[in-house]
Design a binder for this molecule. Structure first.
Ligand SMILES: Cc1ncc(COP(=O)(O)O)c(C=O)c1O
Length: 460
């Protein structure tokens, strides 16, 4: 590690004086030697003192093809020579049109209508409002009564008030309860710690039965169900058993409830296919995309829906069917140019075709180096998304003391060894860019294993 320069020290002091960091305890942040990232090459980040770190969480789950990919860089610079931004309120722009056409071709089934916003939270917020308004104006008997939403335990859909209402992580969302609308809550299959108290493997899909009960009572008053398909990200990379998602989708269909798939985290290859919903042959009514959509370069989101939904919003102005929602930077031209270039890279570099080997190598290395550690209670993987749940005792599943901040200690240790990762409580998360190489996968897992050993003792 290079020593801290005078410049770094000054930046840290100014950061402490003026910034408020997201999802960070200020007292903890102020007591640490903050790391200031200045530049990147491919999968590697460099701090202001020239130390390099493997980007093991894709800069918070957004980066896809590595940093400074020449084709994405070029596309943004080319677009900058034309215009950086113009509004989509009442005007069109070539990059937003081309990207919408490309997304319509890529998304499953009849998902052909694209509404842009800026981030994952707003992509869900948009779907939520569209689903609600759809039933208010479709005009079939019983439609107007469909005003409620079903979401899952431990769900995370973002930080705007609508998205927080759908969220189920008490630590993040509890304090805002008085501000939120009341979502119906179905259990997500967090099988390691079953929300229904069932033993793993003996539950006969009890969480699906519970959802069926909720739908039986509340289906006719429900507009939509919102789900993170295959894997809940922020809850700690909770992987659902095969077929669970498909069953949820089928139930929604039977009860006339719209299905909103929040693929903000899982979209763009992260689970091994372009979209997670494709793995179980599900075509939702709304597909929420953000994070990887712009390859991790610029804020951009899309809520993709069907023309059947769109048609309900058409009509004479005075009929008040307009969707009154939009943001200043909706459909930003630079971000759309980056997203188009990213889709080209997916094709030209056969990114999806290269994933199975990487996913398997990651699985093998985790199995060899981490799975048997006595403090690893559960090891979950879906594609290139990994959650390593650390516990005090793997037999009783007792958690580690909150105040010890073990997950955090592990990631700080990994940083010293040249890997940037993050933890969600005591779940250590690995989510490398799709462009990670085989050797880098080995390094990522090796450093993670050594960091767990350093903090919790060596595996026997
Ligand atoms: C599944 C899911 N939905 C929504 C969001 C919110 O996205 P953003 O942080 O871009 O608002 C996230 C962020 O992690 C997410 O994982």
């Amino acid at each position: 590690m290079n020593p801290r320069s005078q410049r770094t020290q000054e930046l840290v002091a100014e950061d402490r004086a003026h910034l408020w960091h997201p999802f960070s305890q200020a007292s903890e942040w102020e007591s640490e030697d903050a790391l200031i990232v200045e530049r990147a090459e491919g999968r590697w980040l460099f701090d202001t003192d020239g130390n390099r770190y493997l980007d093991g969480i894709s800069s918070l789950w957004v980066n896809v093809h590595g940093h400074r990919h020449p084709e994405v860089d070029k596309a943004i610079i080319r677009q900058l020579g034309l215009i950086a931004h113009t509004t989509l309120l009442g005007l069109g722009s070539p990059p937003s049109i081309e990207l919408a056409r490309r997304l319509a071709g890529l998304c499953p089934g009849d998902l052909v209508r694209v509404f842009y916003s800026d981030n994952g939270s707003t992509s869900v917020e948009v779907a939520l409002k569209m689903a609600y308004q759809y039933f208010q104006q479709r005009g079939r008997p019983g439609d107007a009564a469909r005003t409620r939403f079903i979401a899952f335990t431990d769900a995370y859909h973002g930080d705007t008030v609508g998205s927080v209402s759908l969220g189920g992580i008490d630590l993040f969302h509890g304090i805002y309860k008085p501000l939120l609308f009341d979502a119906l809550r179905a259990p997500y299959p967090y099988c390691y710690r079953c929300p229904l108290g069932k033993a793993q493997g003996t539950c006969s899909d009890a969480c699906l039965q519970r959802l069926e009960e909720i739908l039986a009572v509340h289906g006719s008053e429900t507009a939509a169900l919102v789900i993170e398909p295959l894997v809940q990200g922020a809850a700690g990379i909770i992987t659902a058993p095969p077929g669970h998602f498909r069953s949820v989708a089928d139930m929604c269909k039977r009860h006339g409830v719209l299905l909103i798939c929040d693929e903000v985290a899982t979209g763009f290859g992260r689970t091994g296919t372009m979209f997670a919903c494709q793995q179980e042959g599900v075509v939702p009514d709304f597909l929420c995309l953000a994070k990887g959509i712009s390859a991790g370069y610029l804020p951009l989101a899309a809520t993709v829906t069907t023309d059947e939904v769109y048609d309900v919003f058409r009509g004479p102005y005075a009929a008040h069917r307009t969707f009154y929602h939009g943001h200043s930077y909706t459909g930003n031209a630079l971000a759309c140019a980056a997203a188009i270039a990213s889709l080209d890279v997916f094709l030209n570099e056969k990114v999806l075709e290269g994933l199975p080997d990487k996913v398997q190598r990651l699985r093998d290395r985790l199995g060899e180096r981490i799975a048997s550690h006595p403090n690893v209670g559960d090891l979950r993987q879906c594609g290139l998304m990994v959650g390593i749940e650390l516990v005090a005792d793997r037999f009783t599943k007792a958690g580690l003391p909150l105040e010890d901040r073990i997950g955090r200690q592990v990631i700080l240790e990994a940083r010293k060894l040249g890997v940037m990762i993050r933890s969600l409580g005591d779940v250590v998360v690995l989510m490398p860019p799709l462009a990670i190489t085989g050797e880098e996968i080995d390094f990522l897992v090796d450093v993670t294993a050594r960091s767990i050993d350093a903090i919790l003792g060596r595996a026997q």
